[in-house]
Design a protein around this ligand. Structure first.
Ligand code: HEM
Length: 464
Protein backbone atom coordinates (compact mmCIF):
# COMPACT_ATOMS: atom_id res chain seq x y z
CA UNK A 1 0.00 0.00 0.00
CA UNK A 2 2.90 2.34 0.88
CA UNK A 3 4.44 1.67 -2.55
CA UNK A 4 1.12 2.41 -4.21
CA UNK A 5 0.66 5.69 -2.33
CA UNK A 6 4.21 6.88 -2.95
CA UNK A 7 4.39 5.99 -6.67
CA UNK A 8 5.73 8.89 -8.78
CA UNK A 9 3.03 7.95 -11.31
CA UNK A 10 0.41 9.35 -8.89
CA UNK A 11 1.20 12.82 -10.24
CA UNK A 12 0.03 11.84 -13.72
CA UNK A 13 -3.63 12.54 -14.50
CA UNK A 14 -5.97 9.64 -15.22
CA UNK A 15 -9.08 7.85 -14.01
CA UNK A 16 -9.06 7.00 -10.26
CA UNK A 17 -9.15 3.23 -10.83
CA UNK A 18 -5.97 3.31 -12.96
CA UNK A 19 -3.95 3.69 -9.73
CA UNK A 20 -5.19 0.31 -8.46
CA UNK A 21 -6.20 -2.00 -11.25
CA UNK A 22 -5.77 -2.93 -14.90
CA UNK A 23 -9.26 -4.43 -15.05
CA UNK A 24 -11.03 -1.53 -16.76
CA UNK A 25 -8.35 -1.36 -19.43
CA UNK A 26 -8.53 -5.13 -19.97
CA UNK A 27 -12.33 -4.93 -20.21
CA UNK A 28 -11.99 -2.50 -23.12
CA UNK A 29 -9.29 -4.64 -24.74
CA UNK A 30 -11.49 -7.74 -24.64
CA UNK A 31 -14.35 -5.71 -26.13
CA UNK A 32 -12.13 -4.58 -29.08
CA UNK A 33 -12.36 -1.01 -27.84
CA UNK A 34 -8.99 -0.14 -26.28
CA UNK A 35 -8.00 2.56 -28.81
CA UNK A 36 -11.22 4.55 -28.46
CA UNK A 37 -11.19 4.20 -24.67
CA UNK A 38 -7.61 5.50 -24.47
CA UNK A 39 -8.41 8.34 -26.88
CA UNK A 40 -11.37 9.29 -24.73
CA UNK A 41 -9.01 9.41 -21.71
CA UNK A 42 -6.64 11.68 -23.62
CA UNK A 43 -9.49 14.04 -24.47
CA UNK A 44 -10.51 14.09 -20.81
CA UNK A 45 -7.12 14.21 -19.04
CA UNK A 46 -4.67 15.59 -21.61
CA UNK A 47 -1.57 14.41 -23.45
CA UNK A 48 -0.16 12.31 -20.60
CA UNK A 49 -2.52 9.81 -18.95
CA UNK A 50 -1.94 7.03 -16.45
CA UNK A 51 -4.11 4.19 -17.76
CA UNK A 52 -3.06 1.38 -15.35
CA UNK A 53 -0.99 1.09 -12.15
CA UNK A 54 2.24 0.72 -14.15
CA UNK A 55 1.26 2.09 -17.55
CA UNK A 56 1.26 5.62 -18.94
CA UNK A 57 0.31 6.82 -22.41
CA UNK A 58 1.42 10.01 -24.14
CA UNK A 59 0.28 11.97 -27.21
CA UNK A 60 2.99 14.51 -28.03
CA UNK A 61 5.83 14.83 -30.53
CA UNK A 62 8.33 15.04 -27.65
CA UNK A 63 7.08 11.73 -26.20
CA UNK A 64 7.23 10.01 -29.62
CA UNK A 65 10.83 11.19 -30.01
CA UNK A 66 11.87 10.04 -26.53
CA UNK A 67 10.10 6.65 -26.46
CA UNK A 68 10.62 5.53 -30.05
CA UNK A 69 13.70 7.38 -31.30
CA UNK A 70 16.10 7.94 -28.38
CA UNK A 71 19.35 6.09 -29.02
CA UNK A 72 18.10 5.30 -32.56
CA UNK A 73 15.40 2.75 -31.89
CA UNK A 74 13.97 3.97 -28.59
CA UNK A 75 13.13 1.94 -25.51
CA UNK A 76 12.94 -1.88 -25.49
CA UNK A 77 9.65 -3.58 -26.36
CA UNK A 78 7.56 -5.27 -23.65
CA UNK A 79 6.51 -8.95 -23.53
CA UNK A 80 3.27 -7.87 -25.22
CA UNK A 81 5.13 -8.74 -28.43
CA UNK A 82 5.50 -12.39 -27.38
CA UNK A 83 1.94 -12.80 -28.63
CA UNK A 84 3.20 -12.32 -32.19
CA UNK A 85 5.82 -15.09 -32.23
CA UNK A 86 5.44 -17.34 -35.28
CA UNK A 87 6.31 -21.04 -35.46
CA UNK A 88 7.47 -20.41 -31.86
CA UNK A 89 10.26 -18.13 -33.17
CA UNK A 90 11.19 -14.51 -32.56
CA UNK A 91 11.34 -12.38 -35.69
CA UNK A 92 12.60 -8.85 -36.21
CA UNK A 93 9.21 -7.50 -35.07
CA UNK A 94 9.11 -9.63 -31.92
CA UNK A 95 12.70 -9.14 -30.73
CA UNK A 96 12.51 -7.21 -27.48
CA UNK A 97 15.91 -5.62 -27.08
CA UNK A 98 17.90 -3.34 -29.34
CA UNK A 99 20.88 -5.61 -30.02
CA UNK A 100 18.85 -8.61 -31.23
CA UNK A 101 16.72 -6.28 -33.29
CA UNK A 102 19.69 -4.50 -34.88
CA UNK A 103 21.28 -7.84 -35.89
CA UNK A 104 18.16 -8.97 -37.75
CA UNK A 105 17.48 -5.58 -39.26
CA UNK A 106 20.99 -5.35 -40.71
CA UNK A 107 20.26 -8.49 -42.74
CA UNK A 108 17.03 -7.48 -44.33
CA UNK A 109 16.46 -3.69 -44.21
CA UNK A 110 17.73 -3.00 -47.72
CA UNK A 111 15.03 -5.29 -49.21
CA UNK A 112 12.57 -2.58 -48.13
CA UNK A 113 14.64 0.48 -49.08
CA UNK A 114 12.81 2.70 -51.54
CA UNK A 115 15.48 2.01 -54.16
CA UNK A 116 14.63 -1.71 -53.99
CA UNK A 117 10.85 -1.16 -53.94
CA UNK A 118 10.93 1.00 -57.10
CA UNK A 119 13.01 -1.48 -59.13
CA UNK A 120 11.01 -2.34 -62.28
CA UNK A 121 10.59 -6.01 -61.33
CA UNK A 122 9.20 -5.05 -57.94
CA UNK A 123 7.01 -2.14 -59.05
CA UNK A 124 5.69 -3.89 -62.18
CA UNK A 125 4.41 -6.69 -59.95
CA UNK A 126 2.44 -4.21 -57.85
CA UNK A 127 1.13 -2.43 -60.97
CA UNK A 128 -0.03 -5.80 -62.40
CA UNK A 129 -1.96 -6.51 -59.22
CA UNK A 130 -3.52 -3.05 -59.31
CA UNK A 131 -4.56 -3.96 -62.87
CA UNK A 132 -6.15 -7.19 -61.59
CA UNK A 133 -8.01 -5.15 -58.97
CA UNK A 134 -9.36 -2.78 -61.63
CA UNK A 135 -10.60 -5.79 -63.64
CA UNK A 136 -12.73 -6.85 -60.67
CA UNK A 137 -14.05 -3.26 -60.38
CA UNK A 138 -15.16 -3.32 -64.04
CA UNK A 139 -16.81 -6.72 -63.49
CA UNK A 140 -18.81 -5.24 -60.61
CA UNK A 141 -20.25 -2.30 -62.60
CA UNK A 142 -24.03 -2.23 -62.19
CA UNK A 143 -23.74 -3.92 -58.77
CA UNK A 144 -21.31 -3.53 -55.90
CA UNK A 145 -17.93 -4.86 -54.86
CA UNK A 146 -16.81 -5.96 -51.40
CA UNK A 147 -13.77 -3.79 -51.12
CA UNK A 148 -12.74 -5.25 -47.79
CA UNK A 149 -12.11 -8.69 -49.27
CA UNK A 150 -10.65 -7.40 -52.54
CA UNK A 151 -8.24 -4.97 -50.93
CA UNK A 152 -6.93 -7.63 -48.57
CA UNK A 153 -6.40 -9.86 -51.59
CA UNK A 154 -4.56 -7.02 -53.32
CA UNK A 155 -2.33 -6.41 -50.29
CA UNK A 156 -1.70 -10.17 -49.95
CA UNK A 157 -0.70 -10.53 -53.61
CA UNK A 158 1.55 -7.46 -53.43
CA UNK A 159 3.36 -8.49 -50.26
CA UNK A 160 3.91 -12.08 -51.40
CA UNK A 161 5.27 -10.69 -54.68
CA UNK A 162 7.83 -8.74 -52.66
CA UNK A 163 8.65 -11.70 -50.44
CA UNK A 164 8.62 -14.56 -52.94
CA UNK A 165 8.48 -13.54 -56.63
CA UNK A 166 7.95 -15.56 -58.90
CA UNK A 167 6.16 -17.66 -56.27
CA UNK A 168 3.81 -14.97 -54.93
CA UNK A 169 0.04 -15.40 -54.76
CA UNK A 170 -2.73 -14.41 -57.14
CA UNK A 171 -5.66 -14.25 -54.77
CA UNK A 172 -7.48 -11.56 -56.78
CA UNK A 173 -7.93 -14.11 -59.57
CA UNK A 174 -7.49 -17.48 -57.87
CA UNK A 175 -9.91 -18.71 -55.22
CA UNK A 176 -7.43 -21.16 -53.66
CA UNK A 177 -5.06 -18.27 -52.90
CA UNK A 178 -8.02 -16.19 -51.69
CA UNK A 179 -8.71 -18.87 -49.11
CA UNK A 180 -5.27 -18.28 -47.56
CA UNK A 181 -5.92 -14.54 -47.37
CA UNK A 182 -9.33 -15.12 -45.76
CA UNK A 183 -7.82 -17.36 -43.10
CA UNK A 184 -5.45 -14.57 -42.01
CA UNK A 185 -7.82 -11.63 -42.45
CA UNK A 186 -10.91 -13.16 -40.85
CA UNK A 187 -8.95 -14.49 -37.87
CA UNK A 188 -10.98 -14.03 -34.70
CA UNK A 189 -8.55 -15.03 -31.98
CA UNK A 190 -8.21 -11.72 -30.12
CA UNK A 191 -9.88 -12.81 -26.89
CA UNK A 192 -8.14 -16.18 -26.77
CA UNK A 193 -4.71 -14.63 -27.27
CA UNK A 194 -5.32 -11.89 -24.69
CA UNK A 195 -6.49 -14.51 -22.21
CA UNK A 196 -3.34 -16.56 -22.79
CA UNK A 197 -1.16 -13.47 -22.38
CA UNK A 198 -2.73 -12.24 -19.16
CA UNK A 199 -3.59 -15.57 -17.49
CA UNK A 200 -1.29 -18.28 -18.98
CA UNK A 201 -1.94 -20.84 -16.24
CA UNK A 202 -5.72 -20.52 -16.43
CA UNK A 203 -5.42 -20.69 -20.20
CA UNK A 204 -3.56 -24.00 -19.92
CA UNK A 205 -5.97 -25.39 -17.32
CA UNK A 206 -9.07 -24.51 -19.30
CA UNK A 207 -7.62 -26.15 -22.41
CA UNK A 208 -10.13 -26.81 -25.14
CA UNK A 209 -13.11 -25.67 -23.02
CA UNK A 210 -11.99 -22.10 -23.64
CA UNK A 211 -12.16 -22.73 -27.39
CA UNK A 212 -15.95 -22.89 -27.07
CA UNK A 213 -15.97 -19.17 -26.15
CA UNK A 214 -12.75 -17.84 -27.69
CA UNK A 215 -11.15 -19.30 -30.78
CA UNK A 216 -7.35 -19.73 -30.90
CA UNK A 217 -5.35 -18.41 -33.83
CA UNK A 218 -5.16 -21.13 -36.44
CA UNK A 219 -3.79 -20.40 -39.89
CA UNK A 220 -2.72 -23.79 -41.31
CA UNK A 221 -3.09 -22.78 -44.96
CA UNK A 222 -0.91 -19.69 -44.49
CA UNK A 223 1.62 -21.60 -42.38
CA UNK A 224 1.95 -24.32 -45.02
CA UNK A 225 2.06 -21.85 -47.90
CA UNK A 226 5.00 -20.00 -46.33
CA UNK A 227 6.87 -23.17 -45.31
CA UNK A 228 6.50 -24.66 -48.80
CA UNK A 229 7.44 -21.45 -50.57
CA UNK A 230 10.48 -20.89 -48.36
CA UNK A 231 11.80 -24.30 -49.41
CA UNK A 232 12.07 -23.03 -53.03
CA UNK A 233 15.34 -21.54 -54.18
CA UNK A 234 14.39 -19.70 -57.38
CA UNK A 235 13.27 -16.36 -55.92
CA UNK A 236 14.19 -13.08 -57.64
CA UNK A 237 17.09 -11.03 -56.23
CA UNK A 238 14.84 -8.17 -55.05
CA UNK A 239 12.79 -10.41 -52.73
CA UNK A 240 13.07 -10.83 -48.98
CA UNK A 241 13.36 -14.61 -49.23
CA UNK A 242 16.29 -14.35 -51.60
CA UNK A 243 18.12 -12.21 -49.04
CA UNK A 244 17.29 -14.42 -46.04
CA UNK A 245 18.50 -17.52 -47.87
CA UNK A 246 21.94 -15.89 -48.25
CA UNK A 247 24.73 -18.13 -46.97
CA UNK A 248 26.17 -15.75 -44.36
CA UNK A 249 23.30 -15.20 -42.01
CA UNK A 250 23.11 -18.40 -39.95
CA UNK A 251 19.33 -18.55 -40.14
CA UNK A 252 17.76 -22.00 -40.04
CA UNK A 253 14.82 -22.89 -42.28
CA UNK A 254 12.27 -22.11 -39.57
CA UNK A 255 13.85 -18.71 -38.82
CA UNK A 256 13.54 -17.81 -42.49
CA UNK A 257 9.93 -19.00 -42.71
CA UNK A 258 9.00 -17.21 -39.48
CA UNK A 259 10.44 -13.90 -40.70
CA UNK A 260 8.59 -14.27 -44.02
CA UNK A 261 5.28 -15.24 -42.40
CA UNK A 262 5.56 -12.27 -40.07
CA UNK A 263 6.10 -9.84 -42.94
CA UNK A 264 3.29 -11.44 -44.90
CA UNK A 265 0.87 -10.95 -42.01
CA UNK A 266 2.22 -7.42 -41.40
CA UNK A 267 1.57 -6.53 -45.02
CA UNK A 268 -2.00 -7.82 -45.48
CA UNK A 269 -4.28 -6.20 -42.91
CA UNK A 270 -2.35 -2.93 -42.59
CA UNK A 271 -2.35 -1.94 -46.26
CA UNK A 272 -5.74 -3.59 -46.87
CA UNK A 273 -7.45 -1.75 -44.01
CA UNK A 274 -5.69 1.56 -44.74
CA UNK A 275 -7.02 1.53 -48.31
CA UNK A 276 -10.43 0.30 -47.20
CA UNK A 277 -11.01 3.07 -44.64
CA UNK A 278 -9.63 5.66 -47.05
CA UNK A 279 -11.73 4.63 -50.07
CA UNK A 280 -14.80 4.45 -47.86
CA UNK A 281 -14.19 8.03 -46.74
CA UNK A 282 -13.54 9.25 -50.30
CA UNK A 283 -16.87 7.72 -51.33
CA UNK A 284 -18.92 9.64 -48.75
CA UNK A 285 -20.96 12.67 -49.94
CA UNK A 286 -18.97 14.86 -47.50
CA UNK A 287 -15.73 13.90 -49.27
CA UNK A 288 -16.82 13.56 -52.87
CA UNK A 289 -15.14 16.88 -53.79
CA UNK A 290 -11.82 15.38 -52.62
CA UNK A 291 -12.44 12.40 -54.89
CA UNK A 292 -13.10 14.79 -57.79
CA UNK A 293 -9.89 16.70 -57.08
CA UNK A 294 -7.94 13.44 -57.02
CA UNK A 295 -9.47 12.33 -60.33
CA UNK A 296 -8.60 15.72 -61.83
CA UNK A 297 -4.95 15.39 -60.81
CA UNK A 298 -4.70 11.81 -62.07
CA UNK A 299 -6.36 12.51 -65.42
CA UNK A 300 -4.32 15.63 -66.16
CA UNK A 301 -1.03 13.89 -65.21
CA UNK A 302 -1.65 10.49 -66.75
CA UNK A 303 2.05 9.89 -67.52
CA UNK A 304 3.45 11.08 -64.17
CA UNK A 305 5.17 8.74 -61.76
CA UNK A 306 2.99 7.64 -58.85
CA UNK A 307 5.31 9.40 -56.38
CA UNK A 308 5.21 12.76 -58.19
CA UNK A 309 1.51 13.47 -57.61
CA UNK A 310 1.09 15.91 -54.69
CA UNK A 311 -2.66 15.57 -54.26
CA UNK A 312 -2.47 11.76 -54.31
CA UNK A 313 0.23 12.01 -51.65
CA UNK A 314 -1.94 14.36 -49.56
CA UNK A 315 -4.92 11.98 -49.81
CA UNK A 316 -2.79 9.03 -48.65
CA UNK A 317 -1.24 10.98 -45.76
CA UNK A 318 -4.62 12.25 -44.60
CA UNK A 319 -6.10 8.74 -44.87
CA UNK A 320 -3.32 7.34 -42.71
CA UNK A 321 -3.67 10.22 -40.25
CA UNK A 322 -7.43 9.86 -39.81
CA UNK A 323 -7.59 6.06 -40.07
CA UNK A 324 -4.21 4.61 -39.05
CA UNK A 325 -4.50 0.82 -39.47
CA UNK A 326 -2.27 0.40 -36.39
CA UNK A 327 -4.00 3.04 -34.28
CA UNK A 328 -3.16 1.70 -30.84
CA UNK A 329 -0.39 1.71 -28.21
CA UNK A 330 3.04 0.32 -29.12
CA UNK A 331 4.26 -0.53 -25.59
CA UNK A 332 7.83 -0.02 -24.42
CA UNK A 333 9.67 -0.21 -21.06
CA UNK A 334 11.26 2.84 -19.46
CA UNK A 335 15.00 1.98 -19.27
CA UNK A 336 17.21 1.70 -16.17
CA UNK A 337 17.49 4.93 -14.21
CA UNK A 338 14.02 6.11 -15.22
CA UNK A 339 13.20 8.93 -17.62
CA UNK A 340 11.27 12.19 -17.64
CA UNK A 341 8.69 12.51 -20.41
CA UNK A 342 6.51 15.59 -20.91
CA UNK A 343 7.56 16.77 -17.43
CA UNK A 344 6.65 13.54 -15.57
CA UNK A 345 9.28 11.29 -14.01
CA UNK A 346 8.77 7.60 -14.82
CA UNK A 347 10.61 4.89 -12.85
CA UNK A 348 12.43 2.12 -14.79
CA UNK A 349 10.15 -0.68 -15.93
CA UNK A 350 7.09 1.55 -16.35
CA UNK A 351 5.21 0.64 -19.53
CA UNK A 352 4.91 3.71 -21.76
CA UNK A 353 3.51 4.19 -25.24
CA UNK A 354 1.90 6.47 -27.78
CA UNK A 355 -1.06 5.53 -29.96
CA UNK A 356 -1.25 6.87 -33.51
CA UNK A 357 -4.94 7.78 -33.36
CA UNK A 358 -4.36 10.19 -30.46
CA UNK A 359 -0.96 11.50 -31.60
CA UNK A 360 -2.73 12.45 -34.86
CA UNK A 361 -5.72 14.09 -33.23
CA UNK A 362 -4.68 15.76 -29.98
CA UNK A 363 -2.96 18.86 -31.37
CA UNK A 364 -5.44 21.24 -32.98
CA UNK A 365 -2.74 23.82 -33.72
CA UNK A 366 -0.86 21.41 -36.00
CA UNK A 367 -4.00 19.68 -37.32
CA UNK A 368 -6.91 22.17 -37.06
CA UNK A 369 -10.29 20.36 -36.86
CA UNK A 370 -8.36 17.14 -36.20
CA UNK A 371 -11.34 14.83 -36.69
CA UNK A 372 -12.07 16.17 -40.18
CA UNK A 373 -10.69 14.44 -43.29
CA UNK A 374 -9.04 17.34 -45.16
CA UNK A 375 -6.25 16.22 -47.57
CA UNK A 376 -5.34 19.80 -48.52
CA UNK A 377 -3.83 20.41 -45.08
CA UNK A 378 -0.80 18.39 -46.31
CA UNK A 379 -0.30 20.80 -49.21
CA UNK A 380 0.25 23.89 -47.05
CA UNK A 381 3.99 24.66 -46.78
CA UNK A 382 3.43 26.27 -43.37
CA UNK A 383 3.50 23.70 -40.58
CA UNK A 384 4.93 20.91 -42.75
CA UNK A 385 7.69 19.97 -40.26
CA UNK A 386 5.23 19.96 -37.32
CA UNK A 387 2.77 17.75 -39.20
CA UNK A 388 5.50 15.27 -40.09
CA UNK A 389 6.73 15.17 -36.48
CA UNK A 390 3.23 14.18 -35.39
CA UNK A 391 2.69 11.61 -38.13
CA UNK A 392 2.88 8.24 -36.39
CA UNK A 393 0.98 5.81 -38.67
CA UNK A 394 4.21 3.91 -39.42
CA UNK A 395 5.56 4.56 -35.90
CA UNK A 396 8.98 6.20 -35.78
CA UNK A 397 12.69 5.57 -35.18
CA UNK A 398 14.66 2.38 -35.80
CA UNK A 399 11.69 0.12 -34.98
CA UNK A 400 9.24 1.99 -37.18
CA UNK A 401 7.64 0.19 -40.11
CA UNK A 402 10.27 -1.35 -42.36
CA UNK A 403 7.60 -1.91 -45.06
CA UNK A 404 6.62 1.76 -45.30
CA UNK A 405 7.89 2.41 -48.85
CA UNK A 406 6.32 -0.79 -50.10
CA UNK A 407 2.99 0.08 -48.44
CA UNK A 408 2.98 3.61 -49.88
CA UNK A 409 3.77 2.32 -53.38
CA UNK A 410 0.94 -0.23 -53.10
CA UNK A 411 -1.53 2.38 -51.88
CA UNK A 412 -0.66 4.98 -54.49
CA UNK A 413 -0.60 2.59 -57.45
CA UNK A 414 -3.98 1.17 -56.46
CA UNK A 415 -5.60 4.58 -55.91
CA UNK A 416 -4.22 5.85 -59.21
CA UNK A 417 -5.50 2.79 -61.07
CA UNK A 418 -8.98 3.12 -59.53
CA UNK A 419 -9.61 6.87 -59.47
CA UNK A 420 -8.39 7.52 -63.00
CA UNK A 421 -11.17 5.17 -64.14
CA UNK A 422 -14.00 5.27 -61.61
CA UNK A 423 -16.09 7.25 -59.20
CA UNK A 424 -16.74 5.22 -56.06
CA UNK A 425 -19.95 5.49 -54.05
CA UNK A 426 -21.16 3.62 -50.95
CA UNK A 427 -23.60 0.77 -51.51
CA UNK A 428 -27.01 1.45 -49.94
CA UNK A 429 -26.77 -1.69 -47.78
CA UNK A 430 -23.77 -0.34 -45.85
CA UNK A 431 -24.17 1.20 -42.40
CA UNK A 432 -21.81 3.41 -40.42
CA UNK A 433 -21.53 0.58 -37.87
CA UNK A 434 -19.99 -1.68 -40.54
CA UNK A 435 -17.05 0.72 -40.66
CA UNK A 436 -16.63 1.26 -36.91
CA UNK A 437 -13.09 0.64 -35.74
CA UNK A 438 -12.72 -2.81 -34.17
CA UNK A 439 -9.42 -3.31 -32.34
CA UNK A 440 -7.40 -6.46 -32.83
CA UNK A 441 -4.13 -7.13 -30.97
CA UNK A 442 -2.37 -4.14 -32.46
CA UNK A 443 -4.29 -3.22 -35.60
CA UNK A 444 -7.90 -2.18 -36.13
CA UNK A 445 -10.30 -3.30 -38.82
CA UNK A 446 -13.82 -2.33 -39.93
CA UNK A 447 -16.19 -4.01 -37.47
CA UNK A 448 -18.48 -5.45 -40.17
CA UNK A 449 -15.53 -6.88 -42.13
CA UNK A 450 -17.26 -5.79 -45.31
CA UNK A 451 -17.20 -2.59 -47.31
CA UNK A 452 -19.50 -2.54 -50.32
CA UNK A 453 -18.85 0.20 -52.86
CA UNK A 454 -20.28 0.91 -56.29
CA UNK A 455 -17.83 1.61 -59.10
CA UNK A 456 -19.14 4.00 -61.78
CA UNK A 457 -16.82 4.23 -64.81
CA UNK A 458 -15.80 7.87 -65.31
CA UNK A 459 -17.35 8.07 -68.81
CA UNK A 460 -20.69 7.15 -67.30
CA UNK A 461 -20.64 10.22 -65.05
CA UNK A 462 -19.47 12.48 -67.87
CA UNK A 463 -15.83 12.31 -66.81
CA UNK A 464 -16.47 15.01 -64.19
C1 HEM B 1 -0.24 1.09 -44.49
C2 HEM B 1 0.46 0.02 -44.22
C3 HEM B 1 1.29 -0.19 -42.98
C4 HEM B 1 1.24 0.46 -41.77
C5 HEM B 1 0.34 1.60 -41.35
C6 HEM B 1 2.25 -0.14 -40.93
C7 HEM B 1 2.53 0.26 -39.63
C8 HEM B 1 3.53 -0.27 -38.84
C9 HEM B 1 3.82 0.14 -37.49
C10 HEM B 1 3.05 1.21 -36.71
C11 HEM B 1 4.86 -0.60 -37.04
C12 HEM B 1 5.51 -0.54 -35.65
C13 HEM B 1 4.84 -1.56 -34.76
C14 HEM B 1 5.37 -1.62 -33.36
O1 HEM B 1 6.32 -0.94 -32.99
O2 HEM B 1 4.77 -2.38 -32.59
C15 HEM B 1 5.24 -1.49 -38.11
C16 HEM B 1 6.28 -2.40 -38.03
C17 HEM B 1 6.57 -3.30 -39.01
N1 HEM B 1 5.98 -3.38 -40.27
FE1 HEM B 1 4.51 -2.20 -40.98
N2 HEM B 1 2.86 -1.15 -41.63
C18 HEM B 1 2.32 -1.20 -42.89
C19 HEM B 1 2.68 -2.06 -43.91
C20 HEM B 1 3.69 -2.97 -43.84
C21 HEM B 1 4.13 -3.83 -44.91
C22 HEM B 1 3.55 -3.81 -46.34
C23 HEM B 1 5.13 -4.62 -44.41
C24 HEM B 1 5.98 -5.70 -45.07
C25 HEM B 1 5.91 -6.27 -46.06
C26 HEM B 1 5.33 -4.26 -43.04
C27 HEM B 1 6.25 -4.86 -42.20
C28 HEM B 1 6.54 -4.43 -40.93
C29 HEM B 1 7.56 -5.06 -40.09
C30 HEM B 1 8.43 -6.25 -40.47
C31 HEM B 1 7.59 -4.34 -38.89
C32 HEM B 1 8.53 -4.57 -37.70
C33 HEM B 1 9.67 -3.59 -37.82
C34 HEM B 1 10.71 -3.72 -36.73
O3 HEM B 1 10.43 -4.23 -35.64
O4 HEM B 1 11.83 -3.25 -36.98
N3 HEM B 1 4.46 -3.26 -42.72
N4 HEM B 1 4.42 -1.28 -39.19
Amino acid sequence: LRQLLSSPLNKIPGPWHAKFTTLVLKWHEFRTNRTRYVHHLHLKYGRAVRIAPNEVIFASAAAVKEIYCSGGSGYDKTEFYDMFKVYGKRTMFTTLNKDDHAKRKRILADRYANTNVVRPQSLDGIADRAGNFVKTCFQSVGGSLDLYVRLHSYAFDCVTHHLFHPNGTDSLLNSKDEEIMREVTFDDSLQNRLFQYYWPTAHKLMGKVLYLFAKPRETPLADDFVLDTCALTDTAPFTLLNRLQGPNYNLDALDVAAECLDHMAAGIDTTGDALCFLMWELSQPRSIHYQRELQRELLTNAGASFDKLPYLDAVVMEGLRCFPPIPMSLPRYVPAGGRTIDGFFLPPGTTVSCQALSVHKMDGTVFPEPDAFRPERWLEPKGDAERKRLFFAFANGGRGCVGKHLALAEMKLLLRAVYSRFTTLPDASMTAADMDMSDQLISSRPAGQRCLLRFDPLEAVGGD
